[in-house]
Design a protein. Structure first.
Length: 523
């Protein structure tokens, strides 16, 4: 009888395995072929600011990507799937939960273009614990530096505070923003225009993860008249998109939030989040594989400036930026250490997998932020990004004739290393002086180099010798890719000596010191 019992158990086990496979659920995107038989009224759908943005940029109010999904298609999907997570007008798609059998039926529908498994998860680009500030006398010193590093005092002195600019923040929650004194000046003027929790489908966002509160403070926070971020006069849209316990839905929420931000008139989007793949395929960080990077590029086409943290993977196995920081039209922000003024170890590195330069610019990666009560300190490119978003709002306030992508380029040009760049700093830290005075100085040579017997020597001009500054150089191959890049402390005038025989013909050595950049090509 024992063999009989074993057979019964085996059949039960196989039945359970098969049924588990058939009925297990995954999340999917279902893309439709068209938007037949839909109607759309932009004046009913869009906020006035969204319409103004489109008109000023010459963007059609009747772009088909803004049209709703076909209602009959939606009903068919609803009848076949387990549940609907969300939908995207821009991509003409629905995000659903479904079993393998249900997906097989959905794929056979005549109006379905494609079905994709949702396989990404989000990470916050910050470390949320207070860090050692012993090198900095007080938090006030750091607070002063995070603004001054961008020349932000020039914006403040000229009364530039981001007024008239609407900034959307995508994050995991905004606890105490509705009562914290750091945001009193914003609440007093009713400048939190709209809120939405995409994880719970309700307006309340003033709870959950503190991350969003800290991020918002780096854009427009102020305490006792002292600014934590530069855009204290801006308007805000607050979107809760992240839930740590529901990683597969977060990319869907980001897509829904970017369409919501567009609809509600956002000028700037700050996303201090990064999405990476479970199997760590760096080659997918090409700015066009993930839906969020494609959405970031589409947001830029619709006139918004997308500012995204580079990520905190610089000192781990992933190492490189995630998505949507990889998007061509996303202004990707790296982090620098306030103690050294160069790359902070955790800040994710470029280039993208298709070899484009990232990050674009950088800002402090260790900062003073709002906590649930009062202020504290935190680290991460999560906070570099909003510092630059606040900077961008001020720069745009100064010249509203700029398009979003013109502003993008101007921010790059304003950075303290431009036109020099590397994969840790991008073009460096944006500078307010560029927008206030339309100048950076000095531009005259601050160092010289001499080549003799296949040896290159660099010497800093005594007029510009300053031990508080840094000397940068990189090696660029004939395809424009950086093979190596370095930052040197300036402790002597004879700063660099290179054996040129180590490099290939056609390689270019780029140097930068004190706003002066020059190059030497190896022949």
């Amino acid at each position: 009888m024992r063999p009989k019992k074993f057979s019964i158990l085996l059949i039960i086990f196989l039945s359970f395995t098969i049924s588990s496979s058939v009925f297990s659920q995954n999340n999917y995107w279902v893309f439709f072929k068209d938007k037949k038989d839909v109607t759309f009224n932009p004046y009913q759908y869009f906020d006035n600011k969204a319409i103004e943005r489109r008109v000023s940029l010459g963007i059609s109010l009747y772009d088909s990507t803004d049209f709703p999904l076909n209602n009959n298609y939606k009903k068919s999907i609803v009848s076949l799937c387990d549940s609907v997570i969300n939908e995207s007008r821009w991509f003409n798609a629905m995000a659903i939960k479904a079993t393998n059998n249900q997906i097989a039926s959905i794929k056979n529908l005549s109006f379905v273009e494609e079905v994709q498994l949702i396989n990404t998860y989000a990470i916050y680009t910050s470390y949320q614990n207070d860090f050692d500030t012993s090198v900095l006398t007080t938090k006030r010193d750091l607070l002063k530096q995070q603004i001054e590093a961008m020349g932000g005092n020039l914006f403040i002195a000229n009364g530039i505070d981001g007024k008239g600019i609407r900034i959307a923040i995508f994050d995991g929650g905004f606890p105490t923003v509705d009562k914290n004194p750091v945001f009193e000046h914003i609440r007093k003027d009713n400048r939190i225009i709209k809120t939405w929790d995409f994880t719970k489908n309700k307006e309340f966002v003033y709870g959950y993860n503190l991350h969003g509160t800290m991020v918002m403070s780096c854009i427009g926070g102020m305490i006792n008249g002292v600014k934590l971020g530069l855009a204290t006069g801006a308007e805000f849209l607050l979107a809760r998109t992240e839930v740590n316990t529901e990683p597969y839905s977060e990319e869907v929420n980001w897509l829904a939030a970017v369409e919501w931000a567009d609809k509600n008139g956002a000028d700037i989007i700050n996303s201090s989040l990064g999405y990476t793949y479970h199997r760590y395929f760096n080659n997918q960080m090409d700015g066009k594989t993930s839906l969020v990077s494609r959405a970031a590029n589409l947001a830029a086409r619709k006139g918004m400036l997308v500012v995204n943290a580079a990520g905190n993977d610089g000192d781990n196995n992933w190492k490189y930026i995630g998505t949507p920081a990889d998007a061509d039209s996303a202004l990707s922000i790296g982090g620098i250490d306030p103690k050294t003024n160069y790359h902070i170890s955790f800040s994710s590195l470029g280039p993208t997998s298709d070899k484009r330069m990232k990050p674009n610019v950088c800002a402090f990666g260790s900062v003073v932020v709002a906590k649930k009560e009062g202020i504290g300190t935190s680290q991460g490119t999560s906070f570099s990004s909003p510092l630059v978003a606040g900077f961008a709002a001020c720069a745009w306030q100064l010249d509203r004739t700029l398009t979003n992508m013109q502003l993008f380029k101007e921010i790059e040009k304003s950075a303290n290393l431009y036109p020099y760049f590397d994969y840790a700093h991008g073009y460096g830290v944006p500078q307010a002086n560029y927008f206030i005075n339309k100048s950076t100085s000095p531009k005259e040579p601050t160092f010289t180099f001499n080549v003799e017997n296949n040896e290159l020597k660099v010497a800093i001009d005594s007029t510009f010798f300053d031990e508080s500054l840094l000397f940068y150089y990189n090696i660029e191959d004939s395809n424009g890719m950086l093979e190596e890049y370095y930052v040197l402390s300036v402790n002597q005038k004879d700063i660099l000596q290179l054996d040129l025989s180590k490099y290939s013909k056609g390689d270019v050595i780029n140097f930068h010191y004190n706003y002066y950049t020059t190059s030497y090509k190896i022949n």
